[in-house]
Write a protein that binds this ligand. Sequence first.
Ligand code: UDP
Length: 359
Amino acid sequence: MSKKKILTIVGARPQFIKLAPLCKKIDQYYQHCVVHTGQHFDDNMSKIFFEEMGIRKPDINLNIRGGLHGHSTGNMLIELEKVYVDKKPALVIVFGDTNSTLAGALVASKLCIPVLHIEAGLRSFDKHMPEEINRICTDHMSTILSAPTQTAITNLTNEGLTKNVYFHGDIMLEAHHYFMKHIKDSHHPSFTNQLNLSHHTFALMTLHRASNTDDKMVLTDIMTTLGNLNIPIIFPLHPRTKNKLTEFNIQCPSNIQCIEPVGYLDMLTLLKETSIVLTDSGGLQKEAFFVKKPCITLRDTTEWVETIHAGANRLVMDTPKKLNRDFLQQAIQSIDQYSFLGAPFGDGNTTDKIMDALG
Ligand code: UDP
């Protein structure tokens, strides 16, 4: 009997990380075709993750690069439709909340192909975020909804989505456990040494949400305010942020060390050794929680509310575009009062549960 055919759609950095623990398992039991849309294409945003995390090469790379949301999503729809018509998959898997997620799910649903959405049910309740629109639409087009948290299940229930909804836990926790052990066993060198930093006396920062980067005043305010903090900050620059800093002619303050994006393994060593995380990334808020490091989120909402309830994360924007200096000061000053209560992201065995749901 021939194996069921599954197409998996990825395109952005966090999706490669989510694919890592799942890919080999699907390869083993299904005819598996991995499609890379090309959304992230720089070597240090794409290739390094496949190499370091031992993910096999995508079967198809659509090489759809750059452009505004409508343009790039439109191109993905056109190209993915050709792939689906040709491959005739029994199921399509999409991850997270990017344009690749939306396009992957939309094409499948128009062709009546079932969709599994991994990381379903997350909501920031801020529809100005392009990611929020992608999440809502994808969930409503999906056939199987794999939720990372109980809050995500509640969000889906509140939108009338109750069928084939599963609490599978967070797939990034599984990747995190696996690769943390890997860097320990393989003695992966500490990236901190290369940066000439002493352990535990620096902050790790990432910043790439459009609300923080695309407005000159907002980005200038964030950089100036963080420049006044009395702590060295390591800042791996997302390509969008790098372009915007250049376009707006914003200089990095002297305490902020801008570096190129790093691979996942170097990111894990930075996470282990940092004293605090400053971020607007969804993934990094959780990873700070996994390693029990205080997190300051440069946003006014989060879809990972469990990190807030646990006492591990503070939001420091008043509105999507206004950094609140008082909140930031309080968050920094009370760094030893953070707590990490509960285990809201599951038991770290998400991929086994996903495989069960695949049938
Ligand atoms: N990450 C990385 N290198 C970097 C910055 C981030 O490996 O230079 C990892 C980070 O540890 C997390 C993931 O990328 O696992 C988060 O991706 P990103 O912030 O791009 O997306 P988001 O989580 O906001 O969707």
